[in-house]
Design a protein around this ligand. Structure first.
Ligand code: DAT
Length: 180
């Protein structure tokens, strides 16, 4: 099957447990390429795209349908790097490639503690990483050959990931005959 034609380049999903480094990678990647960084958390906050309050985790509950409506046009044009700690509610057709960041438990524990996470919230996120919940979710939601695991433990991993993804973007754009 031919690749989907995207006038502004590929759509990339960067997912993984909170603290694995999604926003760091997505922001640096956007700087290095012509792609646009789409931070779901910020878009939801700006548009108040919520449908309630989660008492257990003390955070707002995303209104997934409104997030999808909000992004449909920009995603159809392509050229986006989306960062979110879940992936099953996005339309499968949106993404050309999916990266799942993975971090060793001890490293992740420290990052989340530094972020102020404690108790159940901290433990649940560590468990999420141990049980590779997001990786399984990605493999269930997208074709397995577009889902890639990337280590995200240290600055060298970050540099490697930036290089690999940038090279993939270039190859994609060339294979499509350039950008419109
Ligand atoms: P996320 O967006 O997945 O929640 P983040 O990008 O905010 O994660 O990163 C969490 C913290 O870890 C932040 O202090 C930056 C740091 N970090 C991210 N990627 C890293 C890497 N490859 N090596 C070392 N630290 C990293």
């Amino acid at each position: 099957m031919a690749l989907a034609k995207r006038p502004h380049g590929p759509n990339i999903l960067i997912t993984g447990t909170p603290g694995t480094g999604k926003s760091t990678l997505a922001a640096e990647l956007a700087q290095k390429t012509n792609l646009k960084y789409v931070n779901i958390g910020e878009i939801a906050k700006d548009g108040q795209l919520y449908e309630g309050w989660d008492e257990q985790y003390q955070c707002p509950i995303l209104d997934e349908d409104r997030v999808i409506d909000e992004l449909e046009e920009v995603m159809s044009a392509g050229g986006n790097i989306v960062d979110y700690h879940g992936c099953e509610f996005f339309p499968e057709r949106w993404f050309d490639i999916v990266f799942v960041l993975r971090t060793d438990n001890t490293v992740l524990y420290e990052r989340l503690e530094n972020r102020g996470y404690t108790g159940k919230k901290l433990e649940d996120n560590i468990q999420c990483e141990i049980f590779q919940t997001i990786l399984d979710e990605a493999r269930d939601s997208y074709k397995v050959d577009i889902v890639h695991e990337l280590p995200s433990n240290n600055p060298e991993d970050l540099e490697d990931n930036l290089e690999k993804i940038s090279a993939w973007i270039q190859q994609y754009i060339t294979s499509q005959g350039g950008l419109v």
